[in-house]
Unconditional design. Structure first.
Length: 332
């Protein structure tokens, strides 16, 4: 069952599987970058919506302030400050829309049409919000480690290389062994030439050979054994690195989840303060400047909530990439 031809076929089959794992590793990195770009685009679009809402709020208030000034209820400076805020928010909206466009351009590298050309996603395709995050349990992390060790392409590549060297080692060890060959011959003269044989002749026998000069085979065994030892060490290191990748990704998921919870609490408090400040302004106990400041604080908290939610999704993508699950989520 071991000879040079069979060994060559086995090594060739393993080489095909090795090339497949190399492609899978490239696909894994490609999908990870694509999803990162997608969540950046979604976050930029939602943040642009917050900026647009902030501008709309100031523009609607400007009309109310004009009426109040005409009635003598407010000083003109209040409307002047609000108009300053309008200009500031218009500039912020221009910047926010530029970020949306930039992230859409980046995403178009991965998002392509049927003809293979990049397609820039339109704002109408933005979702209304980001998915609700879920906590990561210790059991999920343990399963993720086991899954990564069995599925990561770089580990599969090293195991295939090891199988190739094991096939080489079996062939090299085979060359050190004696050979026993069974042979059989049959001959008979045919045609009109001189007769050298009378009738059918049969011969059979055994050929037993013992290799005396085995330096080449012994050297090959030592060479392949050394390669196997190197691959074993490389595989152990790669497995440790994969475990570290999964644990780091899981830590990032937990940190992102905690950040979302804290920012949401901050946003809730900021909205409450904004509403109270607006009530004080209507009662004459506050100024337009303070209302504008409260609105900006609320918007800042909303921006960071969106970023925290997007960071959580990106952390999940990193975890799926570390385990290899990302190859199942995306259709080639």
């Amino acid at each position: 069952s071991v000879d040079s031809r069979r060994t060559g076929i086995r090594i060739g089959d393993l080489g095909f599987d090795l090339a497949t794992q190399t492609v899978a590793k490239s696909r894994l990195g490609f999908y990870k970058d694509a999803l990162y770009s997608y969540w950046d685009w979604v976050a930029a679009g939602l943040q642009s919506g917050v900026t647009a809402g902030l501008l709309d709020l100031a523009e609607r208030r400007d009309r109310d302030l004009a009426d109040a000034i005409d009635l003598g209820q407010l000083a003109p400076v209040e409307r002047t400050d609000n108009q300053r805020a309008i200009l500031q928010r218009r500039a912020a909206l221009v910047t926010a829309r530029r970020v949306v466009e930039a992230t859409a351009i980046t995403l178009s590298v991965f998002h392509r049409g049927a003809d293979g050309r990049p397609e820039r996603p339109v704002a109408a395709r933005l979702p209304n919000g980001l998915p609700t995050p879920a906590p990561l349990t210790d059991d999920e992390e343990a399963r993720a480690v086991d899954e990564a060790l069995s599925r990561r392409p770089e580990l599969a590549s090293l195991r295939l290389k090891r199988e190739q060297q094991q096939a080489e080692l079996r062939l090299a060890n085979n060359a050190l062994l004696p050979s026993l060959n069974l042979f059989g011959d049959y001959s008979r003269d045919a045609g009109s030439g001189r007769v050298s044989r009378q009738g059918n002749e049969w011969s059979a026998g055994l050929l037993f050979e013992v290799p005396l000069q085995r330096r080449k085979a012994s050297g090959k065994v030592g060479q392949v054994t050394a390669k196997l030892g190197s691959l074993d060490a490389e595989l152990r290191f790669a497995e440790d690195r994969v475990r570290a990748d999964v644990h780091d990704a899981a830590s990032a998921v937990r940190a992102a989840y905690a950040a979302v919870e804290l920012v949401r609490q901050e946003l809730s408090v900021a909205r409450e303060l904004e509403a109270l400040e607006r009530d004080r302004f209507l009662l004459g106990d506050s100024t337009q400047f303070m209302v504008n400041l409260r609105e900006l604080n609320t918007a800042d908290a909303a921006f960071r909530e969106i970023k925290a939610l997007a960071d959580y999704q990106k952390a999940r993508v990193a975890l799926d990439g570390a385990t290899g699950r990302l190859l199942d989520r995306v259709t080639p």
